[in-house]
Design a binder for this molecule. Structure first.
Ligand SMILES: [Mg+2]
Length: 386
């Protein structure tokens, strides 16, 4: 997944975009618009998402007015939806790895700026809900403080000025095309972390495209490396998901020889959308059998539309029988790698087995083994819902 150009410039500062890069804003946009458009007899279909990501609030509103044929002006739309968005800002979650990155750079004294097409006031409000963020940035600049927002380089050039550094010593981290274009036009190195799925191929101008902030390797740019990887794994804040085991697509056991215990994603699209696709591991509790080691992939299901992610856990244990319908509880405690394409089925199977071995070994480490006794893995569905 990581595509990097061979020659990189070393940098000393980092300039970060906010929406979609540090904050999981896309979910809020869909939430607000799907409720709001009903008022005008329209249905949000997510199709405009690609056009509005990375744009200023005004530009995004103009796209919505036009694409949905709303009988109001862009200004009227903005004044109607701005208060609705403001109410939701306290609920916007940090992207996985965002706080880890900010804390890491701050710990190592790497100067950081925040450059967003949002207004300065809105930026300050949004980051106020995330502990330690505001004070980590030496400089913050909003789209209302420049003549031309992204994709113009102006905002990034101003951010470099604010940091009192040359643009060429800055690394930009961006989720959108306008943002990547702006960073490159400013003469900076740019890592793209596309917030919309299946967009990697569009980011050819970026110096590197990564799947999520969890995959960022600052040392590639001359910045201090993360030291929190352990034996090929990255500890993450544990998260939980569970439900009855359903039949998958038969790929796991029939094609790969790896029987996965699939969960229905119907009720879990919200939680899955918060987590980058990739290979994770943790513990799996089966109501009547016990707790087992588990490795799993989160990915985009080609059978559904773009917004549907699936989760495919592989319990690292030989079972004598199927257990469809049984209640499965997962505690996901670590990350291994992004999803990848493989040249052959054999190499895919080999990689999955390697993932399994990494998980098997890592789960013996105290920082992961302690979750084996997590009450969630052993509670019955009734207990959970009460
Ligand atoms: Mg963005």
């Amino acid at each position: 997944m990581s595509m990097a150009k061979p020659f990189r410039k070393l940098v000393s500062c980092v300039i970060l975009d906010l929406d979609g890069t540090l904050l999981n804003t896309d979910g809020i946009v869909s939430d607000v618009l799907s409720v709001f458009l009903v008022k005008y007899g329209k249905q949000w279909n997510g199709k405009a998402t690609q056009k509005i990501v990375g744009r200023t609030p005004y530009e995004a509103a103009a796209v919505i007015v036009e694409d949905y044929g709303l009988p109001i002006s862009t200004d009227e739309l903005l004044s109607e939806i701005t208060p609705i968005f403001s109410e939701k800002w306290c609920n916007i979650k940090a992207q996985p790895g965002a706080s880890r990155l900010i804390n890491h750079l701050r710990f190592h004294g790497v100067p950081m700026a925040l450059a967003s097409n949002s207004s300065k006031e809105n930026i300050e409000t949004k980051i106020s809900y995330h502990q330690g963020w505001k004070e980590s940035f030496s400089y913050i600049i909003g789209g209302d403080q420049v003549t031309s927002p992204k994709p113009s380089p102006e905002i990034y050039l101003e951010a470099a000025k604010g940091l009192k550094v040359d643009p060429s010593s800055c690394l930009v981290i961006e989720d959108s095309l306008p943002g990547v274009t702006a960073g490159k036009a400013a003469g900076m190195e740019v890592v793209a972390v596309p917030s919309l799925p299946k967009q990697t191929h569009l980011f050819t101008s970026a110096d590197e495209v990564i799947n999520s902030l969890l995959d960022l390797q600052p040392e590639k740019w001359g910045l201090p490396a993360f030291k929190d990887w352990i034996e090929g794994t990255l500890p993450i804040e544990p998260w939980y998901i569970g439900g009855p085991v359903i039949k998958g697509f038969g790929r796991g056991s029939k094609v790969l020889g790896i029987p996965t215990a699939n969960l229905s994603t119907e009720d879990y699209s919200a939680i899955l959308s918060e987590h980058p696709s990739g290979v994770y591991f943790g513990w799996a509790g089966l109501a009547t059998r016990g707790v087992y080691k588990m490795v799993m992939s989160i990915g985009w299901n080609p059978y559904f539309n773009n917004t549907e992610k699936t989760i495919e856990p592989w319990l690292l244990h030989d079972f004598n029988e199927d257990f469809y319908g049984e209640d499965l509880r997962l505690a996901i405690v670590g990350y291994i790698r992004p999803e990848a394409n493989f040249p052959s089925l054999e190499s895919l199977v080999a990689k999955i087995h390697e993932d399994g071995q990494i998980a098997e070994k890592a789960l013996e480490l105290p920082q992961y083994s302690k979750y084996r006794d997590d009450p969630y893995l052993k509670s019955s569905p009734q207990q959970q819902s009460s």
